[in-house]
Each structure stands twice: as structure tokens, then as C-alpha cells.
Design a protein around this ligand. Sequence first.
Ligand SMILES: Cc1cc2nc3c(=O)[nH]c(=O)nc-3n(C[C@H](O)[C@H](O)[C@H](O)COP(=O)(O)O)c2cc1C
Length: 372
Amino acid sequence: MSNNKMLQKKGFKLGTFASNCSSGMTVTKVPERWNNSWENNLRLAKMLDSAGIDFMLPIARWIGYGGETDFHSGVLETMTWAAGILANTQNLTAFATIHTTANNPVVIAKQIATIDQIGGGRAGLNIVAGWNKPEYEALGLSLPDDHETRYGYAQEWYDVIQKLWSSKEHFDWDGKFFQLKGLKGDPAPVNGSVPVLNAAGSPQGREFATDNANFLFTPAIDLARSVDEIKELKGLASKKGKDLGVLTFSHVICRETEAEAREFLKYTAEDNADWEAVDNLVRLQFAHAHSFPHDLLEQIRNLMAAGHGGFPLIGTPEQVAERIVSLHNAGFSGTTLSFVDYAEEFPYFRDNVLPLLEQAGIRDNVKEPEMA
Ligand SMILES: Cc1cc2nc3c(=O)[nH]c(=O)nc-3n(C[C@H](O)[C@H](O)[C@H](O)COP(=O)(O)O)c2cc1C
């Protein structure tokens, strides 16, 4: 069995999302908002690893969203972040999140193979085909308006990487976007490849994901819609002979009483939300991306402030566990978790929610022995 947890079939997957970003997933001005220093990421990673959490997923971001906090202006780069996480953990999968157009595939093939050796086969790759126009302008790149070109480029980019990982010989590449001479990829990842994520919302992106990814990420705004969406995605993948898992992202405020949890939600995401940044986020999503269904975007301004549109897990440990079980029952294979202060709030979740998920039978007793 692969030692990469994202390639193991057992249990509902749990990970964290965006701990490499300033303020994490909460667009708030409160002083308790997440400080994404390396020191805090390391402290968090070690706790997650020994609690049996499956993965950590970073966001790749090059400029912030403005507002008083300039939300996501302070971001640790994800390949180097993942290398550090893998060097300091034993069990979890750490993903690098990579923008195809900003990164040469020959370089990325080698970087992923290198961090995979550092982690003994525990690296992963989240492929971003691009959507955030101001960010592309900051990088001096032009974002193609049409999704065909964005995902056509992403496909050739990933084809180059796969060929580098599988070919034992030098080869030339003469494609539409890349002309490369005398290439060879050495080393390949420990197990030949790594788990691939993609979070496309558009039809073109979903073709790309079902062709290439082990997991597709999609928001869970309305679980009745999610049931149909997951069926459709899995159906599309299985027609291609693929087994695709569908993941979502959730935001946790877990407290002894529901009233306490709701009060903290109001404090962080209503009374002290950075609304200017929230509105910039929503505007950019409308303009360039299909990550959130556009007919639902207007309704989720509050969810954007609380957890970047993540599924709310707000309440007592029992209520939070019940909501996670509802994601499982809708057909999701796992979810990421975010917290206002990940490292301070995760231990309460670990001690009070994880046992309930084991009791519900959706996670094994996942705590693994320390490696020598
Ligand atoms: C869970 C999740 C993670 C994502 N991570 C990033 C990221 O780190 N950086 C980024 O620029 N876009 C990120 N995206 C955006 C997607 O990669 C994708 O471009 C977006 O959902 C638009 O979909 P579309 O290209 O099909 O329109 C993420 C989206 C989701 C839902």
C-alpha cells in the first residue's frame, strides 16, 4: 500500500487548507486572525501529523485582495512550504499548489520529485490553471480569457511532467505551447507519481480534472445540489475509466456550546469582517472563475467572510461531527478544515470531534505509530 495517505482508500479524508496564508480562510480584522508564520505552520503540522490528519493544502497567492487587512497579502510560497512540512512530519501528505503558466513544467517535475523524496513519498500536486487576472498582471503574464486555452495549456504542462516522470530516455517535446529539446527527468517521484488535485468549476476544467486528477475540489453550499454534482463528476470520470474522489472545504468554529460558537462567528465574520476584501473576492470570482456557482455567489457573502465560502461547521462537537457526517453521506470523499486560529483551535477539535467521527464509522482510529 502506498504510504501517501491521499492514495489510501480508507476513511473520510481530513486536511487543512490555507494555513500558509495570512488570515487563513477568514476575511476578518480581529487580532486573533491567523498568523501564518513558518513557526505557526510547523507547530500546526506536527499536531496534525500525530493526530492522524491526512493532508495539508496551501493556497498559491501572489497579491492580496485589498481591504483593511489586504487579505492574503502575506503568503508563504507553497513548494518550499511543502518541503519544510514534509521534512518535519512522518505521516501526512503535503501538497504544493502550482499555477501552470507561472511555473516551467520541467522545473516543477523536478521540484515535486525532490520534495517527494524528502517526505518519503508523501508529496501532492494541486494544479491551478489560473483565474485571478490582477495576479497575472502582477506576474507579468496574460490570463487567457477563454477556459479552452487555460486548460489546454494546463493539459500540455502536465503531460510534459508525466512524460518526465515516466521516460527513462532523453526526449524532445514539440507541442502547441512547449518546444523542449533533449529532456530527461531524474529522479521521478518515489512511487512514480503523486496525488493530483484540481479545483475547477468550469466544464472545461472538469474535463481536465476527470482526465488527470485523483481528487476534484468543489464548494458545498447546498448539499442537495452536491449529491447531484458528485454523481455527475464521478460518472464523467468513470466513463474515462477513472476513480475520482470529490473533496470540499469547511470552516470550523467548535465550542462547548452552540451559543459560544455563534458568538465567535458573529465577532469574526459579521461585526469585524473586512467587507472591502470580501467584496473584492466575490467580484473577482464573478469576473474570471467558475469556482462557485454564480447563482449562489450573491447569497454567500457571509460565508465568504467566515471561511472563504467554506461549508460552515459551527457549533458543539456533536453538531460539527454531524455536519461532517452529512458531507460524507452526500458523497464527498473528504474535506479540508480551517480555523480562525488553526493552532489554538485544532486541539479542541482533535480531542472532541475526531472521536465522534470514529464512532460514526467514517474514520478509522487513524493515529499511527511514530516512525523510528
Ligand atoms: C479548494 C480550492 C483551492 C484552490 N486553490 C487555489 C490556489 O491556491 N490558487 C489559485 O489561484 N486558485 C485556486 N483555486 C481556484 C481553482 O484552481 C480554479 O481556478 C477556480 O476554481 C476557477 O475554476 P475554473 O478555472 O474552472 O473557472 C482553488 C479553488 C478551490 C475551490
